[in-house]
Design a protein around this ligand. Sequence first.
Ligand code: PHE
Length: 460
Amino acid sequence: MESSETRGSFTGRLGFIMAAAGSAIGLGNIWRFPYLADKYGGGAFLVTFIILALAVGLTLMITELAIGRYTGKSCIDAFQELSAKYRVIGWLGLITPAIIVPYYCVIGGWVTKYFVEYTVGNGSAAGADGGAFFNDFISGSLPGLFDNPMVWFLVFAAVTVAAVMMGVEKGVEMVSKILMPALIVILIVICIYILTLDNIASGLEHYLVPQPEDFSIKTVLGAIGQVFFSLSLASGTLITYGSYMKKDVHIPNSTKVVTLMSILTSFLAGLMIIPATVAFGMDTGEGGPGLMFVIMPQVFDAMPAGHIVAIAFFLLVIFAAVTSAISLTETVVSTLKDRFKMTRITASAACTVLIVALGTLVCLGFGALSGFTPFGRDVLSLFDNMSDDILMPFFALITCILVGHVFNTKAIIDEIGFCESKHGLCYADIYSFMIRYICPVCLFAVFVLGIVTTFGIFEI
Ligand code: PHE
């Protein structure tokens, strides 16, 4: 393991907030949130997501950062230090990001392809015929080399791994400081345009007004998985980032900012995409993972100076995606380094092999391997469900139980520093209740339901 002298650290409160926001804000907010909200009932999903993010998400984020900073270690070693018996649980902080990062790079590749299409002036082709271009592209049926999704996946993955190899905490902070606010601004600009569209009212209502009949167990399951994904929870990432955090940064206050920024970005991304699906005559719930790539080109086509806005939009999404992909890869690399005493280069090489192998499967899942559908899913959905609906709730559940009932709870609460803030109230008692009782009960239910639905044990 690295000595504490050589372990990197964020520069301070703003540096930490920006790095954590860089990890949190990414494809999860802009690509994943809108398509799930579309699939699981619009307003019903939005409300469930916000409540769960503020209750369970915030509590878990505080907890994971405190574990990382208290132990100064990445996931496996952190659990070992808290209680040697439970080291094995820490492995989930290696396995989960290792499953997510390959498919994340595949989607990052799709975004990069769209950015390039718009930059070379082919944007209208991407928007033509509804989703035809998108489907042809991801299935690998377009002829040219640069129309092959594998190529863009490899480009995206190469940039991510190169950044991690160079040890980029400072770089991520700098990039995030400028580009995350820029991303929020461009989302606002596009949303304002969307609000001027004809026929937008019913789509807006679908997104903003929850309908009781749209609530279902699937809404809750989808929403909690999305909370984990979009706040980078239960994946070892925040434990690793906590280990890079300076002692004088106030965990609850910084966490609040990151959570609110991430919720706002998701909300805006939904506002940009979901009402437009209705305005452009698409059936709600039909878009699936391609929703953003099918709807946004149509929005840009209809928008004045849409080409320019599209270039800026896809570029900013690439940056948001790269900073998140870096945090996922950094989690794997840092854990391999700490646990197996690998150098950064060796650990990055091992991570590359894994990304290329699993990412290739995901790419081919839409083309040559489209007949391969384990548990009735394509490879992307399989990896996504495995990480988000099973591993993350399980990891979060065990973390809450251990922190609330087994580890030295007082030490973790002291590390969080609830009562140290000059202006904040002292929330230690509420936190304690959440981590001991409310979160474990919710997460247990979610974990059981996740297993039941993923393996199709019975239909809910
Ligand atoms: N939060 C990131 C996003 O929304 C994805 C991510 C998940 C990053 C887990 C790190 C860990 O895109």
